[in-house]
Design a protein around this ligand. Structure first.
Ligand code: NDP
Length: 295
């Protein structure tokens, strides 16, 4: 059997297009563009690439992009002052602080300073709390994108056994919460979990968010399971390569022989993250401007 390949790239392109239309309609109604501010501290090359692509995608979706690039030695007070300014700026609907921040900065305190109605990354305590309570609010982009792919693939998730491997604030925990809200029966696994392969074998849905290249193998999976691979890992370059290959947390080749459907890496969950960020921004913009949004 060969698994269906879940095309996150195509799904994300469709979502970006829909957001672009909503953003155009928003501009006409609000008399201004929806705006996303991205804050980058320091010159980490990977973060610079992420921030650049977020900015381009924002503009391509008919929204305004505000990039704030600060020196690596920026103080906590100066960073908080910028967040305060963005909180009070009516042209900014969403604020995203690119993580990780340099070590001398208190990441949680910076994220906590973002007003909840502009928290498009869904990481403030208010957003996290609302998700736990099952209330409407901003949901982190990667798990929400993963849920969209699952629903698109499976329809209802009701009663399905889901195993989420990983319990980070960014991915694992909100993913588990979303699956629970969709009435799946959810198990959260992590580095201290015993008999992980045995637990994963019971799952109709496996979400791997670990950061360990190709950890999930063929014999961990139940026949026909739907596999969402969140992991992005770069292998060491093989002979003759300048850059190593990107792989997920699941052994794609092996898993494809058993799974019913699986996301590839790259081209699966990755493209969904930016698309959902744009979606969260246009949702926030409508909310902030007091305009109804029929998604
Ligand atoms: P974290 O490092 O924050 O969390 C990893 C989780 O995996 C932890 O809960 C950890 O357990 C668990 N874990 C580690 N080793 C094992 C193991 N051997 N068995 C079981 N569980 C284990 O990572 P993130 O959640 O931020 O990211 C996970 C992966 O997803 C990474 O590869 C990252 O690059 C990728 N990612 C991809 C995104 C995308 O857009 N596609 C966006 C964000 C992340 P414990 O809590 O016990 O330490």
């Amino acid at each position: 059997m060969s698994a269906t390949r879940i095309d996150g790239k195509a799904f994300a392109a469709g979502l970006r297009e829909r957001v672009g239309v909503l953003a155009e309609e928003f501009s006409a109604k609000a008399g201004r563009k929806a705006g996303l501010a991205v804050v980058l501290v320091g010159d980490d090359p990977a973060s610079q690439v992420y921030v650049g692509s977020k900015g381009k995608a924002t503009v391509a979706a008919n929204m305004a992009s505000f990039e704030h690039k600060l020196a690596g030695d920026t103080s906590q007070a100066d960073l908080l002052a910028l967040i305060d300014r963005l909180n009070g700026d009516d042209s900014v609907d969403g604020i995203l602080v690119q993580l990780p921040l340099p070590d001398h900065l208190d990441e949680q305190a910076v994220v906590d300073r973002i007003v909840p109605n502009k928290d498009v990354d869904g990481l403030t305590p208010v957003s996290t709390g609302r998700l736990a309570l099952g209330l409407n609010g901003m949901v982190p982009c990667t798990p929400l994108g993963s849920l969209m792919l699952l629903k698109d693939q499976l329809g209802s998730l009701e009663g399905l056994n889901a195993v989420v491997i990983g319990r980070s604030i960014l991915v694992g925990k909100p993913m588990a919460q979303l699956l629970l809200d969709a009435n799946a029966t959810v198990t959260i696994a992590h580095s201290r979990t015993k008999d992980l392969p045995e637990i994963v074998r019971r799952a109709d849905i496996v979400v791997a968010a670990v950061g360990r290249p190709e950890m999930v193998k063929r014999d961990w999976l139940k026949e026909g399971a739907t596999v969402i691979d969140v992991g992005i890992n770069r292998l060491a370059p093989a002979e003759g390569e300048t850059k190593g290959r990107l792989v997920g947390d699941v052994d794609f080749g092996e898993a494809s022989e058993v799974a019913g459907a699986i996301t590839p890496v790259p081209g699966g969950v990755g493209p969904m993250t930016i698309a959902v960020l744009l979606r969260n921004t246009i949702v926030a913009a409508h909310h902030n401007a007091g305009i109804d949004l029929a998604e």
